[in-house]
Design a protein around this ligand. Structure first.
Ligand code: UTP
Length: 305
């Protein structure tokens, strides 16, 4: 019988240099899209997919994240006293039950593969999800939930994938496809950051994975790959070679924002704000005016009233 996926690893030990100077003292994962930090989107997506144990791989300077998931008794008491029940409910959604959340330390940023490996003892002999909070995915059905459902059919390892332009492929791990079955593709190889023009397909892997414990065993070897880092991609490629038919790409339904980059973060901010009923009417006229576009008539009428 296939084991259910109930554990998720959130590697958040990176330095976040693309957001300096902000990330000099604020973890990247606390940066805020509209009114919620990046990490909250990732945790909500995991909860929706049935994840029960949340493992954060952290590093020096990330303690704000640990505080974020604690209860905040003084704040809660103040909101209760002022009868701000909506805000109180919003605040309580951020609390994580003790024992369901664990922090392991990556004491040196040796790469994503190494960060995942740091969680090996908490994962044990079970399939597990990996979520990179930098990748925010707007979707009707949360991306990891789609993957968990696909995993119930395929088993093995599933990697969220999307088509990218050929000139962008060298920024990603890229799949070598054996059989394209539509939303699921079986994979015969995987290359991290292929040199321009050498990518085996235009299917890039983004920050959602469901992995088998075998991947941890490959990571035990601590092989150093592209960029001098211990790459998760290399461990997955080793598994493909060792166990044919055990790795699948999954074309998720939804839109992925690369919030590890400034442009992606700004796009996500605009898209998520425009999707919010409480902000849309106020924000859309501003955005439309900035780009010189036409506002929808209904919005124009509301803005004028
Ligand atoms: P990135 O490649 O985006 O690196 O890592 P980064 O340090 O976060 O950001 P920049 O490039 O310096 O701006 C992708 C994910 O892998 C984690 C990061 O925290 C991020 O979630 N990671 C990366 C680790 O946890 N440990 C590492 O050694 C490397």
């Amino acid at each position: 019988m296939k084991k259910r996926v109930t554990k998720a690893v959130f590697p958040i030990a990176g330095l976040g240099t693309r957001f300096l100077p902000a990330t000099k003292s604020i973890p990247k994962e606390i940066l805020t899209l509209v009114d919620r930090p990046l990490i909250q989107y990732a945790v909500d997506e995991a909860r929706a997919a049935g994840i029960k144990e949340f493992i954060f791989v952290t590093s020096r300077g990330k303690s704000a994240l640990e505080d974020y998931f604690d209860t905040a008794p003084i704040l809660e008491a103040s909101l209760r006293k002022k009868k701000k029940t909506d805000l109180l409910a919003t605040l309580k959604e951020t609390n994580m039950e003790s024992g369901r959340i664990a922090y392991v330390r990556q004491n040196e940023a040796l790469g994503l593969g190494h960060a995942v490996w740091c969680a090996r003892r908490l994962i044990g002999d079970e399939p597990f999800a990996v979520i990179l909070p930098d990748d925010v995915i707007a979707a009707e059905k949360p991306c990891l939930q789609q993957m968990v459902e696909a995993h119930e059919v395929t088993g093995g390892n599933i990697l969220a994938t999307m088509e990218v332009a050929p000139d962008k492929a060298s920024s990603y791990g890229v799949l070598d496809v054996a059989d394209d079955m539509g939303s699921v593709v079986s994979v015969k190889g995987m290359v991290e950051k292929p040199a321009p023009g050498t990518q085996p397909s235009n299917l890039a892997v983004i920050g959602r994975y469901i992995l088998t414990p075998a991947i941890m065993r490959h990571l035990n070897k601590k092989s150093v790959g592209v960029g001098g880092e211990i790459q998760l991609t290399d461990a997955i490629a080793t598994e493909i070679a060792a166990n044919e038919g055990s790795v699948f790409g999954f074309r998720f339904a939804g839109h992925r924002f690369d919030c590890g980059s400034k442009a992606g973060f700004l796009q996500a901010t605009v898209a998520l704000a425009l999707a919010r009923e409480d902000l849309r009417d106020e924000f859309l006229p501003y955005v439309a005016a900035q780009v010189g576009g036409e506002m929808p008539a209904a919005t124009r009428a509301r803005a004028a009233s």
